[in-house]
Design a protein. Structure first.
Length: 241
């Protein structure tokens, strides 16, 4: 049975694929610009690391270099209804293509805590079934399992440390600081306490927006490319102007 996981976050898409007999995680930014049908690099320059995907007859580019195809803005969908947008489905199909499996028996994904109850069934409906690609290939998802996003981190902690028994009577707080939202999950052992769990829209994007304004002030001109700031922070290096 092929079980694979995809996390379509506001900032990055994370996935797991099989490689050399084991499993390897991968990720790319949550950016899906429309495909313009041109390649000015030709054979002289390196190809961008992107995959073409199709949603409702429109083509999009997704992958590590998708941000290079943006005309303006940061390209991310910072909206509460992002799972209903074509860009969201484009990101999912990009992740499925990177996983490189023609059929997935169970696809596991997540939603922010406050969106979980309202959008879970709709997300299962959207992700389950056949996903077609511009090159004529397709990937079949037989079933989908949606979890509140912090649950994955908690289960990973319990599994890696092999301490399910000791956690059984313990109060646990899991905090997930994401790109758009900060989610928290309160559990007693492995039982979630819904009334004490939730989300708030003050994620990493707010910090990057504030940082971009400060950079613009320092250089004396507007600056809003938070994608470059995000890359610079992750690489622990300076921003090249």
């Amino acid at each position: 049975m092929f079980i694979r996981s995809v996390d379509v976050g506001y900032g990055n898409v994370k996935y797991v694929r099989r490689q050399n007999g084991g499993f390897v995680p991968g990720h790319f930014p949550s950016i899906a610009p429309p495909h313009q049908g041109s390649d000015f690099g030709g054979d002289a320059l390196s190809k961008k690391n992107v995959i073409r995907v199709m949603v409702d007859q429109s083509e999009y580019l997704v992958g590590p270099d998708a941000g290079l195809s943006l005309k303006n803005g940061n390209g991310r969908m910072l909206h509460q209804d992002y799972i209903e947008r074509d860009g969201y489905m484009a990101l999912v199909r990009g992740a499925l293509a990177f996983i490189q499996e023609p059929r997935i028996d169970l696809l596991v994904t997540g939603l922010p805590v406050d969106f979980y109850s309202q959008h879970r069934e709709r997300l299962v409906e959207r992700l389950t079934g056949r996903h077609d690609y511009p090159d004529g290939s397709s990937i079949e998802v037989a079933s989908t399992w949606v979890l509140p996003q912090p649950v994955g981190g908690f289960l990973n902690y319990a599994t890696v440390n092999k301490n399910y028994t000791s956690l059984r009577e313990t109060n646990v707080l899991v905090v997930d600081v994401g790109f758009y939202s900060v989610d928290w999950l309160v559990c007693r052992g492995l039982k979630a306490i819904d009334e004490r769990s939730g989300s708030v829209d003050v994620g990493m994007s707010r910090f990057l927006d504030a940082l971009a304004r400060l950079v613009g002030d320092d250089f004396g001109e507007p600056f809003n490319d938070i994608n470059r700031l995000d890359i610079a922070l992750n690489n622990r290096n300076q921003l090249d102007w």
